[in-house]
Design a protein around this ligand. Structure first.
Ligand SMILES: [Zn+2]
Length: 425
């Protein structure tokens, strides 16, 4: 995959001192560290303070020192299931007219900025509207607008009347129709393809169990995407549907509301990715706030217990799990954001804090074919990092104490003004 989204804007070369670091790959946090971020915005070296400062002599530009005052550093988060133009049935739909291109673009730009400030330095978009996501990807990449690095699927694909059709999913029918719909996303510049193969929570006339694509339709999507070097991820709920689509070559499953131990074992054996989006079936407060209709509230919360078991089966089987919130990444949830709450749920379901952190950093980067470029704090990776008051490798709830967000070496959020106190070496 071509990493068009990884352009870096110039930053000031800097050495961050007085911090503990989880680098996205290790088994835990290492204390008393320093991080050199080169003037091109990439990580130069992480380690002992004096060694790092000496290494930073190689930077062509003058280096400044930023004192992180004993903070804990983790790579910026990668949220793998985001809709920047999300408008659930109810009040959200009433307040956003997705047929108004100007309103939609401004809404998505605002959502992108808030997502970044919530610590999400990269987002994978799995269903947007009117190709606005491609213009936004370019605007963020060029530095015109603040936002996460974007990997996007363009429109999600669905059958006529299928899941997401009322949220601007692109409707197609028959193998030819799905082949064309896939190619249209590739033409627009899609980094991946998203296809809805069964019903979901937000479609009034369907059930989670409704199968929606025929084998030849899905095969047309998978073959076309793979020929172009793109992955395919499927919105899928029932175990039988998931089993069938992974046999047809789908790379990842979104939601997986009804995974069984057998299906989980098969996913693990095949290396299928899983984005549980566990928050979507346990967010009564959020749904009430946004006045979703009663049928959706009932279906979403009703799916909760079985969805939770799915996640636990996947953990037990060793499925490759990554983090995605589905709900707006910055949305407020039980005293934190949807992104952090999703990570807490993953830990509550049985993953260790380090496994959850990896699922939201280096593991996610692996699926995006961006290993070593994002999701880790290793030499050559983008200088995307968060500063916290507590150790996230001990407890992911430490992310609730986030007070700075750095992207490509630039402090995009700095609640305590640490970067204003920077000084020469
Ligand atoms: Zn979604």
């Amino acid at each position: 995959m071509v990493l068009r989204t990884l352009g870096t804007r110039p930053s000031r070369g800097q050495v961050l001192v007085n911090c503990s670091v989880f680098d996205g790959t290790g088994d835990g946090t290492v204390g008393d560290q320093a991080i050199w971020i080169r003037s091109d915005g990439t990580v130069g070296r992480v380690g002992d303070r004096q060694v790092v400062i000496d290494a930073a002599d190689d930077d062509p530009e003058p280096i400044v020192v930023v004192d992180l005052a004993g903070g804990y550093v983790t790579p910026g988060l990668i949220n793998m299931h985001v809709h920047l133009g999300l408008a659930l049935p109810g009040a959200m739909s009433a307040s956003l007219d997705r047929n108004d291109p100007a309103a939609l673009a401004l809404h998505m730009a605002g959502s992108a900025r808030r997502t970044l400030h919530a610590g999400v330095t990269t987002a994978r978009l799995v269903g947007e509207t009117a190709y606005t996501d491609f213009a936004l990807r370019l605007a963020i990449q060029s530095g015109s607008l603040p936002g996460p690095r974007l990997f996007t699927a363009g429109h999600a694909l669905c059958c006529t009347g299928g899941h997401g059709h009322d949220a601007d999913g692109l409707e197609a029918d028959g193998a030819d129709g799905f082949r064309r719909a896939t190619r249209e996303q590739l033409r627009a510049g899609a980094d991946l393809i998203k296809v809805c193969v069964s019903g979901g929570l937000a479609g009034e006339h369907e059930a989670i169990e409704t199968p929606q694509l025929t084998d030849d339709e899905l095969s047309a999507v998978v073959t076309t995407a793979h020929q172009w070097g793109r992955t395919v991820t499927a919105h899928a709920g029932p175990a039988e549907v998931i089993e069938r689509v992974i046999q047809l070559g789908v790379d990842g499953i979104e939601h997986g509301y009804q995974i069984t131990p057998e299906v989980a074992a098969d996913m693990a054996r095949r290396g299928t990715w899983y984005v549980p989006t566990i928050t979507v079936s346990r967010c009564r407060e959020f749904f009430e706030e946004h006045q979703v209709p009663p049928w959706m509230m009932e279906r979403a919360l009703g799916a909760g217990p079985r969805h939770w078991e799915s996640l636990q089966h996947a953990i037990t089987a060793g499925v490759r799990i990554v983090m995605g919130s589905d709900m707006p990444p910055d949305a407020s949830f039980e005293g934190t954001t949807a992104t952090v709450r999703e990570m807490e749920f993953m830990a509550e379901a049985g993953m260790t804090a380090v496994e959850v952190l990896r699922a939201a950093t280096s593991r996610a980067a692996e699926w995006l074919d961006a290993t070593g470029k994002i999701g880790t704090l290793t030499p050559g990776a983008a200088g995307d990092l968060l500063v916290l008051d507590a150790d996230p490798a001990a407890d992911v709830s430490a992310l609730r104490t986030m007070h700075a967000v750095v992207q490509g070496g630039r402090a995009m959020r700095d609640d305590r003004g640490l970067w204003t106190k920077r000084r020469p070496v």
